[in-house]
Design a protein around this ligand. Structure first.
Ligand SMILES: [Zn+2]
Length: 305
């Protein structure tokens, strides 16, 4: 797993974590294990913190730490009551002497990817990033945490206000974890309307495909580059050695006016919503952005799409 170095001084003072993994064959706990690459550093200088989240982008809860020379933690607070719930872990390593901190990449039960899988994922990513994708954002739905203080009825065990601005209809405060942006190809379905004697309903069931990350689960909320909002209804995909290399997602578009459209999302003016590269030759992927000619780059600045 690659390390994200937050503060890196002079090339030393950082432990390299290897072989991070999550195991356990009980619903009562998950074991989180990691190792360090052999080093001449004094390991007593380092503190380990284990953090957990339901989303790769956080927010992260501290599970254990500071740990000294300990490389295994049993997480008994991970409630495995849903097939759809996934836990991601990461290890934070603090060099107490030099005040340097490194954080491992998030890892989960499925484990790392082999080289062939990584190449499949990379090729997929090139397709979405350079050729077919648009920028999308996923809000992973919360499946545990603090119950909504405004509309949750503990006796009925359900929400009482479908337009609740505190939980956005999820029953948990905040409703969703931090949004994660990604490139994905959207396959749009026909525009349809269901008409009955009492009401008309706009039905739009679309599909979306993306690479390995971020992992999508049913009920997550997806916002696309046009601020259309979708509820995830089904997630499939291809696996290699038990590890997902490609995701196929089924979506149901949410009608404007629903509480999901109130969820704020901050997208900067300079955020690229379409692939940035302008190909001058699609065969050899030669690229050049020429603002003086009417290519895609100049169209983008004209229309700001
Ligand atoms: Zn609520």
């Amino acid at each position: 797993m690659p390390l994200r170095v937050l503060a890196y001084i002079g090339g030393s003072g950082v432990l390299k974590l290897v072989n991070e993994r999550v195991v356990g064959f009980s619903l009562d706990y998950l074991d989180v294990l990691w190792e360090i690459q052999p080093t001449s550093e004094d390991v007593q200088k380092y503190q380990f913190y284990v953090e957990r989240s339901e989303s790769q982008a956080g927010p992260w809860d501290l599970i254990a730490g500071p740990l000294l020379d300990i490389y295994r933690v049993r997480d008994t607070s991970a409630l495995q009551t849903s097939n759809l719930r996934k836990f991601f872990y990461r290890i934070r390593v603090v060099n107490m002497i030099r005040d340097v901190e490194t954080i491992s990449a998030p890892f989960d039960r499925e484990g790392g990817m082999d080289l062939i899988g990584a190449e499949i994922a990379r090729n997929n990513e090139v397709v979405f990033r350079e050729y077919t994708g648009v920028k999308c954002f996923v809000f992973p739905v919360r499946t545990f945490g603090q119950r909504c203080t405004q509309c949750w009825d503990a006796t009925l065990e359900q929400i009482t206000n479908p337009r609740c601005p505190t939980c956005f209809r999820t029953g948990f405060v905040g409703g969703y974890h931090y949004p994660i942006k990604f490139w994905a190809q959207i396959d749009e379905s026909d525009q349809t309307e269901q008409v009955s004697s009492a009401l008309r309903t706009e039905v739009k069931l679309d599909a979306l495909r993306l690479g390995v990350l971020p992992e999508i689960k049913p009920r997550d909320l997806i916002v696309d580059f046009k601020n259309r909002r979708f509820r995830v209804t089904k997630v499939g995909g291809t696996r290699r050695l038990g590890r997902k290399v490609h995701q196929e997602v089924h979506l149901s578009q949410i009608e404007p006016g629903s509480i999901e459209h109130v969820i704020p999302i901050r997208v900067g003016d300079d955020e690229l919503l379409k692939p940035a590269r302008t190909f001058t030759n699609a065969h050899n992927m030669e690229a050049e952005i020429d603002h003086n000619s009417l290519d895609m780059a100049s169209l983008r600045s004209l229309f700001r799409f």
